[in-house]
Design a protein around this ligand. Sequence first.
Ligand SMILES: *Cc1c(COP(=O)(O)O)cnc(C)c1O
Length: 405
Amino acid sequence: MQMNEPLAGYNLPSSDGRYGPYGGIFVAETLMHALDELRLNYETMRNDKSFISEFSSELKNYVGRPSPIYYAKRLSEELGGGQIYLKREDLNHTGAHKINNTMGQALLARHMGKTRIIAETGAGQHGVASATVAARYGMDCVVYMGSEDVKRQATNVYRMKLLGAKVVPVESGSRTLKDALNEAMRDWVTNVANTFYIIGTVAGPHPYPMMVRDFNSVVGNEVREQMPSAVGKHPDAIVACVGGGSNAMGVFYPYIKEKGVKLIGVEAGGSGIESGKHAATLCAGRPGVLHGNRTYLIQDDGGQIVETHSISAGLDYPGVGPEHAWLKDNGRAEYVSVTDQEALDAFHKLTRVEGIMPALETAHAIAYAMTIAPTYDKDKIILVNLSGRGDKDMDTVAKVSGITL
Ligand SMILES: *Cc1c(COP(=O)(O)O)cnc(C)c1O
């Protein structure tokens, strides 16, 4: 496996972590030392043969890779038009793509001699993936979580505790993800000697967006082998949901140089963009600086971050990875949004027609694929990155359907 196969005409980020005008390192002086150490170590390891083969072996034997591609025949035929294929990241250990990245970062932490993992989490999925790899390697794990989220995500909190992690409720600010992130940064500065901070998406200061992309590129690299051997060609379009953007970046990146393949990111349109209640950062945001990098943000006229809304907790983030910001501006990828209701309809549709229950995040990508499929000829292929499974979302779905479990 190659993590950073050179892409003709596309070799980003620059050495200072920039993707066009986006990305970079916007942090307090106190964090610079920790980031320098991380950057230097990762620069070495991303080209180190034994590190890459250890990572591959863990992905195979622990995560269960490669994940299959699956032709959603009944769904495609019902819609009439292009053929929909699914990349089954939902079949990974822990049920989503997030384990690819946490596994990579935990291995790097071990190589750097760190014994303690910290992470921040909103919905709890990244916290669970971090706690899982910490258990796998016998490392201490502390997960910061806004106290509001601790209340809302009781099952995931318990899951992290079972895995041996300590969950720290954060009481500052709005008591949600962004406050948890600030607290994790503070911990890292104080304990950098033995601590590795695992970020869960392609955001944050350089080198995180690049590193998380590289670890998740295993998804796109597999598709590059699987599609030609299954159907003799690459997909005509690739569709993925975008919260911070890590599952999308993982499947897009190995295809950036393949200009004939359309890349489409689907954001959370919530109650509709015009309602102001959404998390469609690239569709409706403006550039600014948040969490250590320059990117698109959902902000008001005064530059204050606006509270976001989505039925899927994993897409409910006011920023987005800087590489997506650049892919939007240079036109290589297209970004659209799908409402809560459309995502819910797609959740039910895929479950009933294919027997596959997608995560609500993923249901946004399915919904958009369902919209465009009828406009594609029958020999065209739309590949959807099925980023995760929907078991975690059953309570939410039941509640909005008026059903008491
Ligand atoms: C966390 C999550 C997402 C959103 O994160 P990205 O970094 O945008 O991929 C999407 N799908 C699932 C299943 C998730 O758990």
